[in-house]
Design a protein. Structure first.
Length: 161
């Protein structure tokens, strides 16, 4: 795990249980351990790269080799945090209507969600990590989803500055 520049402090285990109850899942142990001590951590190295199947040559921020990149900004688990938009539970209605087994834990500067994907194994404790595009839709007007890591640990291990 990389260097944490700052965070919103520790949380209570009950805060994690509340989020798990809202979404009906068991969050990955390494994620729970991280946010228990560092709610909404900000890492020095917070950029990840991924294969974007929706890539377009019109996107100036996509690298020449077809890899895309985003920044990881963790959402807060604390129910008492002042900024509602930065709380995980604030986004639960969107994901309940859209895809119950996709659980947001981060957001990018461009507004895309970084989520745990339980669609293949609800309510397992080892979900993959996906990016939910906030402004790209399929033929049914549902947000496009792209896998970015096989696990939370793999995502953390891939972060660069």
């Amino acid at each position: 795990m990389g260097e944490i520049l700052f965070d919103k402090g520790p949380i209570e285990a009950s805060d994690i249980l509340r989020v798990e109850g809202i979404f009906g899942v068991s969050l990955p142990e390494s994620y729970k351990e991280l946010v228990l001590h560092h709610d909404a951590p900000v890492f020095r190295e917070n950029i990840f790269f991924f294969e974007n199947p929706y890539w377009s040559e019109d996107w100036s921020y996509v690298l020449a080799d077809g890899k895309d990149s985003r920044d990881l900004n963790f959402l807060s688990v604390k129910p008492s945090f002042d900024n509602d938009f930065e709380k995980i539970h604030y986004h639960s209605d969107f994901f309940e209507e859209y895809e119950r087994n996709v659980v947001p834990f981060g957001i990018t500067a461009s507004g895309d969600y970084i989520c745990f994907d339980y669609r293949e194994d609800p309510p397992g404790s080892c979900p993959s990590v996906v990016l939910v595009f906030h402004d790209m839709y399929d033929g049914n007007n549902r947000n496009l989803i792209c896998r970015v890591a096989n696990s939370f640990d793999q995502l953390l291990g891939s972060l660069v500055g």
